[in-house]
Ligand binder design. Structure first.
Ligand code: ATP
Ligand code: MG
Length: 564
């Protein structure tokens, strides 16, 4: 079932009404219009899912349009990554890939049309003066002294701006609307500015560039977009959006605003993400701690989980902040159903099984996914020396600690019961470095023939067969729910979580993981969901923890605290 069938958000409501009334002849054309000045993040995913989802639900199309009106050197990389991310999320723009820069010629014609109608003028005020003259919410603006230039003079000046006769910032083209409007966006907004910079697609052809407000709506119109869905901060721009399309007498698209996504413990602002990357608080745009699509992908998120998350949060008209726990819950729910279960010991403690013959090994059988028996079983090697998790042993167990301790019998998952007889410590430090145990050969498969029960089960890995790996454990990027929650004079980076990345080396994983390839996902029993990192090689495997199995983790955490 699509979301339209299960629940109708207000945007779908509007589109459904328009389809019914024939407002756009029943057509639905949406667009996703990223500015190629950064990588996409999960907030963009919400917009992607909404725009492409609308097109899919109503038999329409969704365009991918780069809003590239601001020349800058790095745009090519961003254009590439944005396409990759939208495709990875599962959406296809087909032949409808556009660039606002393709319309520079048309937009220039529109500017001339406005001047000819007496609706735009060339203004010589400096950017600071323009700001000063604009007034504010309580005071009306002042009219520019250049506001009443003749059509001929304006046309001549615009032509010379276009020819490159003036320097950056010397003049602007402004709409002639109303300097006393209560809406600041209507106080003669700037439509064109002079900017002598090379553009990633048009090179040095244009010394003037259209402003966002002039480019965006007219691009929608040129593409015959029916519903131009954007975030709430553009609500106050809608009167200008409408004014321009009306004055130009061109195809009129309907702008609809919805609330942008915010998530706790992270930031979803490109400016801040750029800062985190540039100032090396994180390791690049695809750092698994970032909420970028490429970061989430590397972290092990699936496109299905992200789409499901976007469905769950819905589309509303009021700003709100979503708990990151919902994102993690959605991911866990999704991974649970399809992840191969394996064993990996992150913090290994050596266990020697003294009554197991040296040099011998045997197979035990483990179910690949108890949630989905069709995923089958696999064989794992058992031998005389195994590793267990350090946390699964306590020399002095507290009440409710059911795992291994001296004299106690526990189950090694799918293998045998073992009993701990001796604890070996480092003479110098007193640290426990090895356990000596015996096993009961009658408990193969982890069940005892005499019905004897044990309370604890531990995961384990055979030392002789283990894959040595690096495992990267992630936590929230920011310690506080709201990264902006800083005392006076503080900055959001003060709230970065110093433990957002913990690198564990010398982890021991079951042998089958040796051939796992970057991007492959697993559940390590009791430890969480993991993905092979893009840095991983067969010689030096690296795994990222995508997300913990919260319940288990919470329980282990508790046990650890009790034992302290
Ligand atoms: P920022 O304001 O952080 O620089 P932006 O909104 O300017 O980001 P764009 O590339 O212009 O980034 O965004 C492309 C589309 O994605 C826009 O339609 C925008 O409204 C939408 N979008 C951006 N951030 C979010 C968000 N957090 N939630 C929902 N939609 C978003
Ligand atoms: Mg924007």
């Amino acid at each position: 079932m699509t979301q339209a069938e299960t629940s109708v958000d207000f945007v779908r409501g509007i589109v459904a009404d328009d389809s019914r009334s024939g407002k756009f002849d029943g057509r639905v054309v949406t667009r996703f219009p990223p500015e190629p000045n950064g990588y996409l993040h999960i907030g963009h995913a919400k917009s992607v899912c909404l725009n492409f989802g609308l097109a899919a639900d109503f038999g329409g199309v969704c365009h991918l349009r780069f809003d590239d009106t601001n020349p800058s050197k790095e745009e090519v990389e961003y254009v590439r990554s944005i396409q990759e991310d939208v495709r990875w999320l599962g959406f296809d723009w087909g032949p409808n890939l556009f660039y606002a820069s393709d319309y520079f010629g048309q937009l220039y014609e529109y500017a001339i049309r406005l001047i000819e109608k007496g609706k735009a003028y060339v203004c010589d005020l400096t950017p600071e003066e323009v700001r000063e003259y604009r007034g504010n919410l309580t005071e009306p603006g002042k009219e520019s002294p250049y506001r009443n230039r003749s059509v001929e003079e304006n046309l001549d000046l615009l032509r010379r701006m276009r020819a490159g006769d003036f320097e950056s910032g010397e003049r602007t083209l402004r709409a002639k609307i109303d300097m006393a409007s209560p809406n600041l966006n209507l106080r003669d907004p700037v439509l064109y500015r002079i900017l002598k910079e090379t553009h990633h697609r048009t090179g040095d052809v244009w010394p003037i560039y259209p402003m966002y407000d002039f480019a965006h709506g007219q691009s929608d119109s040129i593409e015959n977009v029916t519903h131009s869905v954007c975030t709430l901060e553009f609500e106050d721009h809608r009167p200008l959006y409408d004014w321009l399309q009306d004055e130009l007498d061109i195809y009129h698209s309907q702008q609809i605003e919805f609330a942008r996504l915010n998530i706790t413990h992270t930031v979803l602002s490109k400016r801040r993400l750029i800062q985190l990357v540039d100032e090396e608080y994180v390791n690049g745009w695809d750092d698994p701690r970032l909420p970028t699509i490429s970061g989430l992908r590397r972290r092990g998120y699936t496109p299905e989980a992200l789409r499901d998350f976007c469905d769950r949060i819905g589309v509303a008209k009021r700003d709100n902040t979503v708990d990151i726990a919902l994102l993690e819950y959605t991911l866990r729910d999704h991974l649970n159903k399809r992840s191969l279960r394996v064993m990996g010991v992150l913090d290994p403690l050596k266990v020697v099984i003294t009554n197991y013959p040296e040099g011998k090994s045997e197979d035990v059988v483990s179910v690949n996914n108890p949630e989905d028996m069709s995923m089958g079983e696999r064989k794992i090697k058992f031998s005389r020396t195994v590793y267990i998790e350090k946390d699964d042993f306590r020399e002095v167990p507290l009440p409710k600690f059911y795992r291994l301790s001296p004299g106690r019998e526990v189950r090694l998952k799918d293998a045998f019961y073992i009993t701990c007889n001796e604890v070996i410590k480092d003479e110098a430090t007193g640290e426990i470095i090895e356990l000596r145990c015996t096993y009961d050969p009658e408990t193969y498969g982890g069940t005892s023939a005499d019905g004897r029960k044990v309370r604890g089960t531990s995961h384990w890995v055979s030392a002789a067969h283990a894959v040595d790996a690096e495992v990267r454990i992630y936590d929230h990027l920011f310690s506080t729910e709201d990264p902006d929650d800083v005392p006076d004079g503080g900055v959001f980076t003060d709230n970065l979580n110093p433990e957002s990345l913990v690198v564990m080396k010398g982890c021991k994983l079951e042998q089958g993981l040796r051939k796992a390839k970057p991007g492959e996902r697993f559940q390590f029993l009791r430890m969480g969901y993991f993905v092979v990192d893009s840095d991983s090689t067969p010689e030096a495997p690296v795994f990222n923890r995508t997300v913990a199995l919260r319940d288990t983790w919470a329980r282990m955490d508790q046990a650890r605290k009790q034992s302290r």
